[in-house]
Design a protein around this ligand. Structure first.
Ligand code: NDP
Length: 219
């Protein structure tokens, strides 16, 4: 049924962008579903063709390439805060296909020196401390402590974790201990309100890119 829905949306001339909300239930092969989306309507940037174009881009990323939304938003924030990223050491904690890997590819294309860390990395705090740009995309509440952050580093907190607050109500926190990090970081994104809204904005931007490309193809 899901593949049939994707096929119908692929054919529908009134639809410019398709997003399959992940994660899918275990019984559904997510790669098969993502691979069935028309790459020209793949506004999440997860189709293998778009992933391949990102990872094989040398130098500038093509402006019509549909990039994964969260990494794209992270790059906009970094370039606004820091300007040219060339030569900077970026550490990305997390290697998912949704955030960590595509963001590492974008940072590399922007001429950063990139370290990708994950659950098997040794001396995670030491790796983080060496970062000029530190991205936490882990899904572990406040894993990254203040003293893991180099003085003046730029920190992007991608994590969204729901935890119990002191008042008994639940609240959202990131993967970085924000209060501790503020004393060390040169700049840091809050959770909520930092990377999340950029993801939504980039989804709309991708949809506009896809719509424009469709109209160009149709002359
Ligand atoms: P995944 O669970 O797919 O990946 C998590 C990554 O973190 C894995 O690579 C894992 O390593 C690594 N990891 C887990 N535990 C540790 C640890 N203790 N030390 C070091 N690395 C660790 O998550 P996503 O990438 O999908 O999402 C990450 C977070 O970002 C989540 O909180 C999610 O909600 C949030 N998110 C926010 C978005 C936004 O718009 N702000 C958008 C997408 C996600 P390994 O590969 O070895 O298992």
């Amino acid at each position: 049924d899901l593949l049939a829905t994707v096929a119908a949306l692929n054919e529908d001339q009134g639809v410019h962008g398709i997003l399959v909300q992940l994660p899918l239930p275990d019984r559904i092969d997510a790669a098969r579903v993502l691979g069935a989306i028309d790459p020209a309507k793949d506004v999440d940037g997860f189709h293998p063709l778009n992933v391949g174009r990102l990872f094989s881009a040398s130098g500038r990323i093509p402006s019509d390439l549909l990039l994964p939304c969260t990494p794209k938003g992270c790059m906009i924030l970094l370039e606004e805060a820091l300007g040219d990223l060339g030569g900077r050491h970026a550490v990305v904690v997390g290697r998912s296909n949704i955030v960590g890997k595509p963001l590492a590819a974008l940072l590399l294309a922007a001429n950063c020196t990139v370290t990708i860390a994950h659950s098997r990395s040794r001396d995670l705090s030491g790796l983080c401390r060496g970062a000029e740009i530190l991205v936490a995309a882990v899904g572990r509440p406040e894993l990254v402590r203040g003293d893991w952050i180099g003085h003046g580093a730029t920190v992007l907190d991608v994590g969204i974790n729901r935890v119990a607050g002191e008042d008994g109500k639940s609240k959202l926190v990131g993967d970085v201990a924000f209060a501790e990090a503020q004393g060390r970081a040169g700049a840091i994104t809050p959770v909520p309100g930092g990377v999340g809204p950029m993801t939504v904005a980039c989804l709309l931007d991708n949809t506009l890119i896809a719509a424009r490309a469709r109209h160009r193809r149709q002359g």
